[in-house]
Structures are given as C-alpha cells and as structure tokens.
Design a protein around this ligand. Sequence first.
Ligand SMILES: [Zn+2]
Ligand SMILES: [Zn+2]
Length: 314
Amino acid sequence: MLDYHIHLFSHDDMAFDDQVTLSGVAQLCSVAKKRNLTEIAVTEHLFRFKEAKHFFLRAAEEAGDREAADFMHDYYNFHATLTLEHYVRILTEAKRRGLPVVLGLEMDCLPGQMDQVNSFLSTFPFDVVLGSVHFIKGHMFDVLDSYLQVSRWNTRGAEKVFSDYLVNLEELILSGTSDVLAHIDLVKITGRKPSDAAFNDFESELVNFVAKSIEKTVTEDGTGESSAGPLQVVELSSAGWRKPVGEPYPSHFVLEKLFDAGVGITFASDAHEPMGIGYRFTDLRRLADRVGYKNVSRFSGRNSFSFEIDKGQT
Ligand SMILES: [Zn+2]
Ligand SMILES: [Zn+2]
C-alpha cells in the first residue's frame, strides 16, 4: 500500500528550510517501509511556503469580518516560512537517490484565485497535488483549538457551514487544479452536522461534483483515460479517526457512491509526524475491500496510474 498524504511538520511548529533534509525524508521512508508501505507522497501545505504567501493573505482580506481576517493573517504569517524551491530540490534529490517517495503538495481552495494558483504550481515538477477546503470566507472550521473558530460554528450554524463548504469544494473541483481531492467531507470534523435531510443532500452533492468532473473528461478527450486535469481520484483518509467525528474521510456511504461512479482512490494518513504514517491502514484497507475497490492510484509527473492493492499487506 501507499500513503499519499504526509506532512513534514506539526501544525503548531514553525518550520525552517534547514529542517527539510534528505535524512529527514529518508527517515519517513524508513518508517513507511516498516509499515509495509511501498511508496509515500510528501504533501506539505502550500501555505507553508513564502512564495505562495500572497495567495493566502489575499484570501484573508476577503474574510467575512475583521476578526476572522486578522486570525487568518496571523496564521499564514506564522506558517509561511519555507522556501518552495528548497522543498522541491530536496524531494527531487530523494527520488533520484531511489527513495520510495514522490513530490506532492496539499493545496487549499483559494476562491477567485485558482487560475493564478494553477499557473504558479505548473512551474514546479510535482508528482501529485492534493486539493483541500480548509476555510470558508475566513472561517477556518477545522482549527479546533481556537475559541474564535469554534464559536464561528455557533454563529453560522452547521447548515450554513456545510452548504458554504460545498460552494468552495465545487470551485476547487471545477478549477481542475488538483489531482486528488483530500478529505472530501472534512467539514464533518467536529461531529456537528445539519439536519438528516440536509446532511443526506450534502453527501449526494459531494458525489455529484466528482462524478460530473469525470463525465467532463470522458466527453472532452473521448477516452476517459486518466491524465492531468479534471479530478478523478479521491483519497480515503484515516485522519478523521483522530478527530471528534471519529470516522474516516469519506464516509462509507460516500465511498460506495464514488466507487459506483468510477472514482479512483489513494490511501492517506495525513500524518503530521512520522509515527502517524500508515495510521489505521488495516481498517482503511478493510473499508476499501468492503466497498469493492481492488485498485489504488499512484502518481508520477501529475499523471495517475492504477494498480492492484497489494494482497496480504496492511
Ligand atoms: Zn488538509
Ligand atoms: Zn494534510
């Protein structure tokens, strides 16, 4: 199996270039090997990089109110300390030396800026770009240790947070900027949900967005073969088991519908420290089996390749 969503730093830590090293990447590969993983994707957050800071500061300016804007501004100023060129150089060298790693990135949906983000990313030799929605109009809904962000859940209400999440998710998918959609139903992270009817509609919409993207590819190139462009792969992530919601992303229901729609999967721990690599992959594997998945996607140069999930491995 593969773990296609791994970070180099914990959210609480400020990161520096001299901590992004070949030996650090080798250590991640060594942990992965012990867990029977044959390849990993290092997918650091785009907001960690100085070269991309302006995208996030612009998003902060468009937050709904001053308090939210200030929070985002401080958050991205704190985190944007790495040099993307250095990160790319180290991961490229790790690959050249034969380490089982690919060069990835976790990108945020930046409403109204996706064309510029796409052009920016195309200047780097990424193997795989994950697309995520982490904030909605300045509400960083997955930051659970901030009174401000948690109180936003109360003032906005779960129904509004979930429906706004879908708006950003649709923009992300339609932009064609990412190869894999990360934690597709992340907005359930707190365990708070809208009414049953609204939640069912939410899950159906998630699937519709991805299915429509696939139909578009088939129509445009006439083959349906995977290539860089519209999203066709969604990650199956164990990270939700570490959060209040206590279940993987996506839910069993959504995963079944994605399978029926022909959507591929990757396996993802979203580890922010080495010991989190491959977290609960036996359970993820069981879930994929139950739904019917026999294949997993891997990426090189932003092209996807499907191959059989290793038998007998966790
Ligand atoms: Zn994420
Ligand atoms: Zn992540």
